[in-house]
Design a protein around this ligand. Structure first.
Ligand code: GLC
Length: 480
């Protein structure tokens, strides 16, 4: 099977969140399956184009209509060596170049809709020029959700494209890519026939359009696939998702276990593994020294590594911040986002020196040190399509404390202290005191050393790599 992943970010080239991690790992896992040829295509952002660490080779260029515009499209490529010990396979990444749209990084611009409409169309157009014609284009989130529309409106009648099928993965339904109705003729350049598919509640809606027009849909956990049927989670798209549920599958994310391996991670001062956790204790001491926390093993070290945005459940932390800082734990936070939440953590760190430390930044090395040093990871998400931090934490022997939602339900069954079964401490309601009591239960488990270490070790041995999920994606592709 020939697969092309179209996406707005892919690690190591560009990453703002979990999507970048998934696009950096799932294509590799699929390329290891016999008979597959996999490529990834993403925008040639400024930070990729001018980064000497990412040398890319020019492939071709052409011009392409986008409504009344005629735009330059350059295609570049880079070959990335395979990951993992076995069956290493190189992967080709293609980049769509256009200074006007991508001579800047990431998202958050007025013209994001136009930028990614351009990108999605350019992906299809480029197939006439590059040496790769996929069987399936796998789109991800709203940024590439207009691709099935472009395919149907402009390309499918061309015999070279007539076999092409599309899959759309929803990584987070909250971000939909909405625009004024004039976007249809003005940017997409399609006629009124497509208005019904492309609009929702009076606005052009990229994600809705992709949900309706793609051949198959997936989302990143089974529980989230179910939750999306409900208004509380679906951000206005519950009805549309229910209508299209017949083509939807929930497939939980994995992690790149070769990269996230505490035995070999170069960011850890001391490596460790499930048979010997001595290095982890040392890492905790080093981290405490580095971050100004009291150097002690008496208190459990709880970390939060997160984008500081509302759906991550930070309102709960805000509501019981003082009680949390005083309940006999240490708290270390790493992340950036809404000013309001950044300030919650800055204030806690100021008021509770030795007990709370806040790192309001994005720092991959520090994040790995935190995973490798901590006892617990707190993830009180309001909604969580899958979540990757809890998977990384478990791999590093850091036990998750999570709210029971989305992928957190599927990946963190609650610990039963009587039998030792389960992987983490969980709470059900989106309620600050329930979260607090979950943290207190975690501290109790910490004091029960044999139980605590048994859970650490069994979590570290879990198979959270991409193998099983890649096979489930194959079932989706094969059905097409
Ligand atoms: C989004 C979701 C997160 C998921 C990630 C990768 O960032 O919020 O839950 O793990 O996408 O699929």
């Amino acid at each position: 099977m020939k697969l092309l992943f179209a996406c707005s970010e892919a690690s190591p080239f560009a990453k703002t969140g979990g999507l970048g991690d998934v696009m950096g790992a799932l294509p590799h896992a699929l390329s290891k399956i016999r008979g597959n040829e996999v490529c990834v295509i993403l925008p040639f952002y400024h930070s990729i184009k001018y980064n000497p660490a990412f040398p890319a080779e020019y492939v071709c260029h052409f011009s392409m209509p986008l409504a009344w515009r005629n735009q330059y499209v350059g295609i570049f490529k880079a070959v990335v060596p395979g990951t993992g010990k076995k069956q290493q396979r190189d992967l080709t990444y293609y980049f769509v170049d256009n200074e006007y749209y991508f001579g800047r990084d990431g998202y958050g611009y007025e013209d994001d809709g136009e930028r990614f409409a351009f990108f999605s169309k350019a992906v299809l157009e480029s197939l006439q020029y590059i040496d790769f014609m996929p069987d399936i284009i796998h789109c991800n989130d709203w940024q590439t959700a207009f691709l099935p529309l472009f395919l149907k409106a402009f390309f499918l009648q061309n015999r070279r494209y007539s076999h092409l099928k599309t899959v759309l993965t929803i990584h987070n339904v909250e971000y939909q890519g909405k625009a004024d109705p004039s976007f249809l003729p003005e940017v997409l350049g399609v006629d009124a026939y497509w208005r019904g598919a492309a609009t929702h509640d009076g606005l052009v809606n990229a994600l809705k359009c992709g949900i309706v027009l793609s051949d198959r849909l997936t989302t990143v956990s089974e529980t989230y696939a179910y939750e999306l049927h409900h208004d509380y989670f679906a951000h206005g798209l519950a009805g549309i998702i229910k209508e299209n549920a017949y083509k939807m599958t929930g497939i939980v994310n994995g992690i790149d276990t070769a990269s996230y391996d505490p035995a070999t991670d170069p960011c850890l001062p001391l490596p460790f593994h499930a048979e010997d956790l001595h290095g982890k204790k040392e890492n905790k001491r080093i981290l405490q020294e580095q971050t100004g926390l009291w150097v002690t093993d008496e208190m459990p070290l709880v970390i939060m590594i997160s984008r500081l945005v509302p759906h991550k459940g930070l309102d709960l932390v805000e509501a019981v911040g003082d009680a949390l800082a005083q309940c006999g734990i240490q708290l270390a936070v790493l992340g950036t986002g809404y000013r309001k939440y950044e300030d919650v953590f800055r204030t806690l760190a100021y008021r509770y020196p030795g007990r709370v430390s806040a790192h309001i930044c994005f720092d991959e090395t520090l994040s790995r040190l935190l995973y490798g040093a901590a006892d617990f990871l707190l993830m009180p998400s309001k909604s969580e399509p899958c979540g990757l931090s809890q998977l990384i934490a478990m791999r590093y022997g850091t036990i998750p404390i999570v709210r029971e939602t989305g992928g957190l339900v599927d990946t963190v069954p609650p610990i039963n202290p009587e039998t030792g079964e389960g992987r983490g401490i969980t709470f059900k309601l989106f309620n600050a005191h329930d979260m607090l009591s979950a943290v207190e239960r975690a501290a109790e488990i910490y004091r029960n050393r044999p139980l605590f270490e048994a859970i650490q070790k069994s979590n570290m041995r879990l198979g959270t790599d991409w193998k099983k999920s890649a096979e489930k994606y194959m079932e989706v592709y094969n059905s097409l």
